[in-house]
Ligand binder design. Structure first.
Ligand code: PLP
Length: 426
């Protein structure tokens, strides 16, 4: 089931006012829904000592949303300097931040370790020599290769660019031990948008096996394991939701067994993005054109600059027509205005009759929605609104303007007449 009935109820009878006041298109996020899901996740893992969710900032990088999540006690998973700056701007610091970059630059290391630092998640052993200083805690991202199968978004682990190999794990921790690091974590993310809880349980199991091996071989007691993000949500009405309750129970049991066997247990970290905010956002866009050619097209006032997932992954986003209870009897393509034929929010979708001026709700845009938008073809990204828990609606990001789009053209003139130098082949 896409967007929750509670969210639907909260905007029922009010959306037209919101659209008239703020103008379309916009992403609208539901504070109450985000809070409820956050509380649910905490509840599910309440019996796991040291459980903490590190929200994947890339899913919805807006400080107003991050503040809500911080109030829930969540930390933040960052993978760029911008995400670090954003998380710190709302008060997150040190252990509140996990930095999981890949192909990391010197500049990124400096940003991650400066300004109060963070939990650093290293993507490769070659990066050990590039660390600007020895940190208190280090974590490695583990890629199990052929030992596990991934899924379609994230791909087969053998082909994924992330993480260190099975054989590299012991040498990696050994080197960090020699460098004087005292606290360690271990991270892995194998799947994306996965609704089968068993794959996350397997990841926890796999990491706990490593925790035991690291203890036996190197005497390390891992401070935490991090099972990554990738908890899936039902985008299609007939998708079965992830059973988080069983997920929590099973992982809790694994952690308790480890505790009994080993006399200690690492904390459990997770870095979900989509599961926390995905279902609590909708893209509201207005139908502005009708076109009957070889197909029936409905043109809307948003483009893929507002939501890339359908074009990028062929992802399904449920669409409803606001305030209409007509039968779904028309097969249409819902399109934006970008000069790319994949600028479609829906392809050959059965929907009720749509008139110009109707408001369309594109569901589940609360994660990897606005954030993924781009400016190709001069298409600007829309505003973001928050439906606050008290019923007010707040603009939490304005729409981009042409001035924003052209701003990088304003730069200091720098001209070089490069001399021709013979390159020496070595
Ligand atoms: C993108 C990402 C996440 C979040 O993924 P979701 O599918 O939103 O849960 C978590 N961790 C890492 C390292 C990521 O790259």
């Amino acid at each position: 089931m896409p967007m929750s009935p509670a969210f639907e109820n909260r905007i029922a009878g009010r959306l037209r006012h919101i659209a008239d006041h703020f103008g379309t298109p916009f992403h609208l996020y539901d504070e109450q829904g985000i809070r409820d899901t956050g509380e649910q996740l905490k509840q599910v893992f309440a019996n796991v000592a040291g459980f903490r969710e590190y929200f994947a900032v890339k899913a919805l990088p807006n400080p107003h949303i991050l503040r809500i999540l911080r109030n829930l006690g969540f930390g933040f998973d960052c993978s760029s300097i911008a995400e670090l700056v954003l998380s710190r701007s709302i008060g997150a610091q040190a252990d509140d931040i996990m930095f999981t970059s890949n192909n990391t630059s010197a500049e990124e290391f400096t940003a991650a370790l400066g300004d109060g630092g963070c939990l650093l998640n290293l993507d490769d052993i070659s990066l050990i020599d590039k660390l600007p200083c020895v940190t208190e805690t280090i974590c490695f991202r583990y890629n199990p290769g052929e030992r596990r199968v991934g899924n379609s978004i994230i791909g087969n682990p053998l082909e994924a660019k992330y993480g260190i190999t099975h054989e590299q794990v012991i040498p990696a921790y050994q080197r960090m031990q020699r460098l004087g690091v005292k606290q360690f974590g271990l991270h892995s993310m194998i799947v994306s948008n996965e609704r089968d809880y068993r794959s996350m349980v397997e990841t926890a199991q796999m990491l706990l096996e490593w925790a035991e091996a690291l203890n036996h071989k190197l005497g390390i007691r891992l401070s935490f394991i991090n099972i990554g993000g990738g908890l899936g949500i039902p985008y299609r009405p007939d998708d079965t939701p992830l059973n988080v309750k069983v997920l929590g129970n099973d992982i809790c049991r694994l952690m308790q067994m480890f505790q009994r066997r080993m006399g200690y247990a690492p904390a459990l970290h997770m870095e979900s993005g989509r599961f926390i905010t995905g279902p609590h956002g909708v893209l509201v866009t207005r139908a502005i054109n009708h076109k009957h050619t070889y197909r029936h097209y409905i043109g809307v006032d948003a483009s893929m600059s507002a939501l890339m997932r359908p074009a990028m992954y062929g992802a399904y986003h449920h669409i409803t027509v606001y305030g209409k209870s007509r039968p779904a009897d028309q097969t249409v393509d819902i399109v934006g205005s970008l000069c790319e034929n994949n600028d479609k929010f829906a392809v050959q979708r059965l929907l009720p009759q749509i008139d110009e001026g109707d408001l369309l709700l594109i569901h589940d845009t609360g994660a990897h929605g606005h954030a993924m938008g781009f400016n190709y073809n001069g298409r600007l990204r829309p505003q973001e609104l928050l439906l606050c828990a008290d019923g007010r609606v707040e603009r939490i990001r304005r729409a981009e303007t042409l001035d924003d789009y052209f701003s990088t053209l304003q730069c200091t003139v720098d001209t070089l007449s490069p001399p021709i130098v013979q390159e020496v082949n070595q």
